[in-house]
Design a protein around this ligand. Structure first.
Ligand code: KG4
Ligand code: ZN
Length: 353
């Protein structure tokens, strides 16, 4: 695949969950703008995303967010090579807002439309420049010459809806090695946070509480699974609940920090252990981590200590949902020849690979 250099720009649009986002990324994978309007405060009162409110808020935010992305990048419509938009997985009503906005723009401006898988977006956040790479030898090179992560590599996706390990052999050439049999890692963080009376989203709240806690205070097990690269977090969730019930029944104050730290350590252990196992079984010249949970400091530290390959984890701003990653994934699809029509539909259950 030949990659055009410099110049051409992709506008990315992301509305799969509770972030309305737009970004402009250029052909050298440099982020020109990256605007995210988060609805987290709106949904906090409900302890999770309220789908209908999310779609309605996307409708209010989408045009100002797209305008801001174009203005911040200092580009005009004729500078764009195409428009990439998340078509799934996610909430149908939320996805529809972004896809319809992208269609309207593509039609009005005569631009190619590219539907993107949200999880491919998370993967491609690692291809963006300024991606916070840990131990990557190519750092010595100028950014424009940086070839990106080498193939084949292993990919760990850890978001609110996904926890999977993949071997990635090339652009669009992925093999799923394993995944969660029940809750995703981010979902487990969100549920544990609710049990501990911490706010939504739960991941950052658990991480903050855990800083003052002892990770070995509670022995919280993570189940072994029959599939060697699979995960299961439902037993861990029940173990936290049992501890909370026992402590509350005894009328004692809840040791929130210790429980948060012990829970976080158990999730991190499970993730690191499966990745190491996959590294023994499969060829990998690097390890990439993607999705909201990759923002977790304890996970980042544990991976840096335990993984003996170049490790690529996006900087914090590119870990959680954003549109720069959608533009990056859209760029590769565009270069590969993908063009979608006005019949592009959302797919809430879309899978990677
Ligand atoms: O990728 P993402 O922004 O949205 C989805 O595609 O799901 O991931 C959101 C998930 C939430 O479950 C949130 O609690 C979790 O990522 N998360 C974290 C952290 N920041 C976000 N989990 C652990 N530690 C964090 N610092
Ligand atoms: Zn996401």
């Amino acid at each position: 695949m030949t990659v055009p250099v410099g110049g051409a720009l992709i506008l990315g649009i992301e509305t799969s969950c509770d972030e309305t986002a737009a970004a402009v990324v250029d052909a050298s994978r440099v982020v020109r703008s990256n605007i995210v309007a988060s609805q987290a405060e709106l949904h906090a009162a409900y302890g999770g995303v309220f789908p209908e409110m999310a779609s309605r808020q996307h409708i209010r935010d989408i045009w100002p967010v797209v305008r801001a992305a174009m203005d911040q990048a200092g580009v005009d419509w004729q500078d764009l090579a195409g428009i990439a938009v998340t078509r799934g997985p996610g909430l149908a009503g939320s996805l529809l807002v972004g896809v319809n906005a992208a269609k309207g723009l593509a039609l009005a401006r005569g631009l190619p439309l590219i539907g993107v898988n949200h999880m491919a977006g998370h993967l491609y956040s690692n291809w963006l420049h300024s991606a916070g790479r840990i131990r990557v030898p190519s750092l010595a090179r100028p950014e424009s010459e940086d070839p990106g992560p080498p193939f084949p590599h292993l990919l760990l996706t850890v978001s609110g809806g996904h926890t999977e390990i993949w071997q990635v052999r090339g652009h669009g050439d992925l093999e799923r090695l394993g995944g969660t049999l029940d809750d995703a890692a981010g979902e487990a963080f969100d549920k544990a946070a609710r049990m501990l009376g911490l706010g939504y989203p739960g991941g950052p709240a658990i991480e903050a509480a855990a800083r003052a806690g002892d990770p070995s205070a509670f022995a919280l097990p993570v189940a072994e699974t029959e599939g060697r690269f699979d995960f299961s977090f439902s037993g861990l969730k029940t173990a936290v609940l049992r501890q909370v019930e026992t402590i509350e029944a005894a009328g004692e104050p809840l040791p929130v920090a210790d429980l948060a730290a012990s829970f976080q350590a158990a999730v991190v252990r499970a993730l690191v252990m499966r990745l190491r196992r996959a590294l023994k079984a499969r060829e990998a010249r690097a390890v990439l981590v993607a999705g909201g949970v990759s923002a977790n400091g304890a996970l980042r530290e544990a991976l840096a200590a335990a993984i003996d390959r170049p490790l690529w984890i996006p900087p914090l701003a590119l870990c959680t949902d954003n549109a720069a990653m959608i533009a990056a994934a859209g760029w590769w699809a565009f270069v590969g020849g993908q063009r979608d029509g006005m019949d592009l539909d959302v797919d809430p259950g879309l899978r990677l690979g």
